[in-house]
Design a protein around this ligand. Structure first.
Ligand code: NCD
Ligand code: ZN
Ligand code: ZN
Length: 437
């Protein structure tokens, strides 16, 4: 049984408090902590100047196992997650084989348990083999040991409206959610970057905003019709924000995420044809970035999700048009959010806790059940915690990553904030406090 006393942590960015952890649970907070009988046996961590957040929850991570263990494994991806302050990640289904059966989701879930760096909540595929032809065994995945609640064909869009309707109807029975990769396929054939003046100039086929917005609009209407929950992955355009805002005003059951890279980077970076900036959906305009930030601040966009998408060197160290889509995100997410949202005054740390822990856990239904996440920092709750030093600045070095891949778009950039320590049920899964005692 380990006992830890964290002293002087600014809980959710508020007042400095002590946090006493025993046997994986927060047992006391504030003045109660220091006077508690078990304090005598505790290891102390001085958190003066640090912010305590609930362990972060990522609703959208690609761990690549099974099938592409050269790019990432459950072990390496969750180690990167712990370093980024995450205690739970939802692992996307576009693996090989696809996570479209109870067997595969249980395998991924078990690999997460064995690695022990963060809890892995597998996402189940909506359709068999992500082929968009017939529904996968959604019920069996929900009832499996993995207890799947989030279903997605991410990487491709569930574009058949009838299949989407049936999927929404099916998951309603067990309170599941369909996470849609909103991309109208006929409008994006061969697309390489955001459609605009720049795509014309660079001679790259454009990915128009309307290809996303058409699916977002259709799916919020379908979700309303069925009375089932839809979640929109990686929202990237001002128009999508407007549709989600309208849907929420009408009380429709829709939630949405934005990635850190869509909060910071714009399509102008594509001008150098560097495949590190190739991602789906593409980097958009500065006006889109501004709308996404504003929407995350006012709650129209519910959460930040990383879309951590590792790719091996050969898939990125090549010509733009043949390079893979995707960027790393787990280790830099909190820094990018601090930079774009906190340091700009758009969101306070309590807001960050909501967008990166409480809300994603609620959407993925990982806030309930045996080992819940996204819980308040309070006595009696599991000790899933992240300590952040917001005063530091780090130059991003891809070779320092725990990921097996190196495709970060932030190489050489100076970003604020460091994750100092991460606790998963009281156990340190990431620790730079250096032998605190
Ligand atoms: N985002 C990406 O550009 N790539 C993702 C797939 C996805 O999230 O759509 C991947 O699996 O590599
Ligand atoms: Zn996607
Ligand atoms: Zn993805």
């Amino acid at each position: 049984m380990t006992t830890t006393l964290i002293t002087n942590a600014r809980v959710l960015g508020g007042e400095a408090q002590d946090i006493l952890i025993d046997d994986g649970v927060i047992v006391a907070l504030g003045a109660d902590a220091a006077t508690h009988a078990i304090v005598a046996n505790a290891t102390t961590i001085d958190a003066t100047g640090l912010i305590a957040l609930p362990g972060l929850v990522d609703l959208h991570t690609h761990l690549r196992e099974p099938g592409r263990e050269d790019a990432e494994t459950v072990e390496t991806g969750t180690r990167a997650a712990a370093r980024g302050g995450f205690t739970a990640v939802h692992a996307m289904a576009n693996t090989d084989p696809v996570a479209d059966t109870a067997g595969v989701v249980e395998q991924v879930w078990r690999l997460g348990r064995e690695a022990g760096h963060a809890d892995v909540r597998p996402v189940g595929a909506v359709t068999v083999g992500l082929r968009g032809e017939r529904l996968a065994e959604l019920g069996a995945m929900a009832e499996s040991a993995a207890g799947v609640r989030v279903f997605s064909d991410d990487g491709v869009c569930v574009h058949d409206a009838m299949l989407m309707r049936r999927a929404l109807e099916y998951v309603k029975a067990f309170d599941g959610v369909i996470a849609q990769h909103a991309q109208e396929p006929r409008l994006t054939e061969g697309a390489q970057m955001n459609e605009g003046e720049l795509s014309g100039r660079l001679g790259l086929r454009g990915w128009p905003s309307v290809a996303e917005e058409a699916i977002v609009a259709r799916d919020v209407l379908l979700a309303a019709h069925v009375g089932s929950r839809v979640h929109i992955c990686h929202l990237s355009t001002k128009g999508s924000v407007e549709i989600v805002r309208l849907a929420k005003e009408r009380g429709l059951p829709v939630t949405a995420e934005v990635t850190p890279h869509h909060l910071l980077l714009t399509d102008e970076l594509v001008a150098g044809y560097d495949p590190r900036y190739k991602v789906n959906p593409p980097l958009r305009s500065a006006a889109d970035v501004a709308a996404l930030r504003e929407a995350l601040a006012d709650g129209t966009i519910d959460i930040v999700a990383t879309d951590h998408a590792p790719h091996p060197v050969e898939a990125k160290d090549c010509e733009w048009d043949v390079a893979a889509f995707g960027m790393l995100g787990l280790e830099t997410a909190l820094s990018v959010v601090q930079h774009t949202m906190v340091d700009t005054g758009l969101l306070d740390w309590a807001g960050v806790a909501d967008r990166m822990s409480f809300a994603p856990a609620r959407i993925g239904r990982s806030d309930t059940g045996g080992q819940p996440h996204g819980r308040p920092i309070a006595a009696g709750e599991p000790a899933n915690l992240t300590l952040v030093d917001p005063s530091t600045t780090t130059t991003i070095d891809p070779s320092a990553s725990a990921s097996l891949s190196r495709n970060t778009p932030y190489e050489g950039m100076k970003l604020p904030g460091t994750v100092v320590a991460t606790f998963l049920r009281g156990r340190l899964t990431h620790d730079t406090t250096g032998g605190h005692a």
